[in-house]
Design a protein around this ligand. Structure first.
Ligand code: KG4
Ligand code: ZN
Length: 369
C-alpha cells in the first residue's frame, strides 16, 4: 500500500511516499527558512506563499523519487493542524483536490501526534507511553494509552524551540537558533550561569519565558562592560552584520556566517551551554516524573528540538537508570517532514478512519482531536 504524506503546517512544504508502514520511498522537503532569516522568526504570509508556490513541484518530485505514478497512490494523508492557517490551508486544499481527481481516500492528521509517530517507522509502537513534544511551537507531555493521546501538561508561555530561537536572537546568532546554540554549547561551561527554576500550577507544565529574560539581562549587564562580540552590539542597535543571503542555502549551511566571532567569545559559549543544560534538565526531570506518576516504561520523543544533542544524551542516561526505554526519531525525521504524516495517516486508515470534503484546516487543533 502506498501512502502519500503532505505536510504544510508552517515554513516547510513536504511530500513523502511511504510503502506500507515502514518503507520510505521518498521524503521531499522545500523549506522557506532562508526567507525568514532576516526577520529572526517565521513570517506567516511568507510561509504560506512559499507553500503555495512549492506544493505542486514537491508533490511531483516525491512521486518521481518513489518511482510510482499518481494513480498508484492508495491513501493521501495530510496535516490538518495545528499550525499556521494559511500554510495548512494549502496542504488541505491540495489533498482534497487530489483525492477528488484521483478518487483516492484521504485522511487529515494531527501534526503534533505525527511527530511522535515518526518513531514507529523503524520501531514497533508500544501499547502505552509518555510522549514528549519539543518543537518550535509546542512543548507538551502526553499520555498514550488505549490508542488515545491525552495531554498531561504543556508550556504556559514560550515553546522550547521558541526559547532557543529567542535566546539566539538576543545573542545575534541567527535563525533558527536551536542548532547554533547546540553547537556553541558543546564548547562552553554549562555551570557558568545558573537560572531560577520557574514554578507552574500544573505538575507537568513548563515555562521558558523567564530564562529568556534572564539571558537578556545577562547580555545587557555584559554589554555595559563591552565584553560582548561586535555582532551582538550591532544587532542590538539595529544594524546587522553580514545578513544571510536571501536565496535558499543548503540545509545545515544556513548559519555558517560569523562563526569565528561566535566561537571566539567565551561569554556567548558559556551562556549557550548554561541555557542548554538548564532547559534540557527541566524537560528531562518532568518527563521522568510523568513516567513515574503514570507508571510508564516508555518515553517517545518528537519535534525539532529532539535533534538536540544534550536532550538526547541526558534523557537516555536518566531514563536508563530507571529502566525506561526512550524512542527518539532518526535525525532526518526530527524536524517537520511528510513521512511522519504518512505514517500516522496509514495507521488511522488501518483503523478505518477517513476524512471527507467537509474537513477544515484547524490552526488550533488539540491533542486527541
Ligand atoms: O518541529 P519543528 O521543525 O517545527 C515546529 O513544528 O515547530 O521545530 C523547529 C524548532 C526550532 O525552534 C529550532 O530552533 C529547533 O526546532 N531545533 C533545535 C535543534 N534543531 C532544531 N533546538 C535545539 N537543538 C537543536 N539541535
Ligand atoms: Zn513540527
Amino acid at each position: 500500500m502506498y501512502t502519500l504524506g503532505i505536510e504544510t503546517s508552517c515554513d516547510e512544504t513536504a511530500c513523502a511516499v511511504l510503502k506500507n508502514d515502514n518503507q520510505i520511498l521518498s521524503n521531499v522537503i522545500s523549506s522557506s527558512l532562508a526567507k525568514h532569516q532576516p526577520f529572526g522568526g517565521v513570517v506567516p504570509e511568507i510561509a504560506s506563499r512559499h507553500c503555495l508556490e512549492a506544493i505542486d513541484h514537491v508533490y511531483h518530485r516525491a512521486l518521481d523519487e518513489a518511482g510510482i505514478e499518481q494513480k498508484q497512490i492508495d491513501l493521501i494523508a495530510v496535516t490538518r493542524g495545528p499550525g499556521l492557517i494559511g500554510s495548512i490551508f494549502v496542504g488541505v486544499s491540495f489533498a482534497k483536490a487530489l483525492s477528488f481527481s484521483l478518487g483516492t481516500p484521504f485522511v487529515g492528521v494531527n501534526h503534533i501526534e505525527a511527530h511522535l509517530e515518526a518513531n514507529f517507522i523503524q520501531n514497533q509502537k508500544p501499547n502505552s507511553f509518555i510522549g514528549l513534544i519539543v518543537s518550535g511551537g509546542h512543548t507538551s507531555i502526553l499520555r498514550f494509552k488505549r490508542n488515545r493521546y491525552e495531554l498531561l501538561g504543556e508550556t504556559i508561555d514560550d515553546a522550547i524551540g521558541e526559547a532557543y530561537d529567542k535566546v539566539a536572537k538576543i545573542l545575534g546568532l541567527g535563525y533558527p537558533g536551536g542548532p547554533i546554540i547546540d553547537r556553541l554549547a558543546q564548547k562552553g561551561n554549562p555551570k557558568a550561569f545558573s537560572f531560577t527554576k520557574p514554578k507552574q500550577d500544573g505538575k507537568f507544565d513548563f515555562s521558558f519565558s523567564g530564562i529568556k529574560t534572564a539571558a537578556l539581562n545577562l547580555c545587557e549587564k555584559r554589554e555595559k562592560k563591552k565584553f560582548l562580540p561586535p555582532l551582538w552590539r550591532k544587532v542590538r542597535t539595529g544594524v546587522r552584520l553580514n545578513p544571510p543571503p536571501l536565496s535558499s542555502p543548503a540545509r545545515g549551511e544556513e548559519n555558517k556566517f560569523d562563526d569565528d566571532i561566535k566561537y571566539s567569545n567565551v561569554f556567548v559559549r558559556d551562556l549557550c551551554a548554561s541555557f542548554q543544560e538548564t532547559v534540557t534538565g527541566w524537560i528531562v526531570e518532568k518527563t521522568l516524573l510523568a513516567c513515574q506518576a503514570e507508571k510508564m516504561k516508555n518515553i517517545v520523543v518528537g519535534g525539532g528540538v529532539s535533534a538536540n544533542s544534550r536532550l538526547r544524551s541526558l534523557l537516555n542516561q536518566e531514563a536508563a537508570i530507571q529502566g525506561i526505554k526512550v524512542f527518539i526519531p532518526a535525525f532526518a525525521l526530527t524536524t517537520d517532514n511528510a513521512v511522519m504524516i504518512a505514517r500516522l495517516g496509514y495507521s488511522m486508515y488501518q483503523k478505518k478512519k477517513q476524512s471527507n470534503y467537509q474537513m477544515l484546516a484547524e490552526p488550533s487543533l488539540k491533542i486527541g482531536e
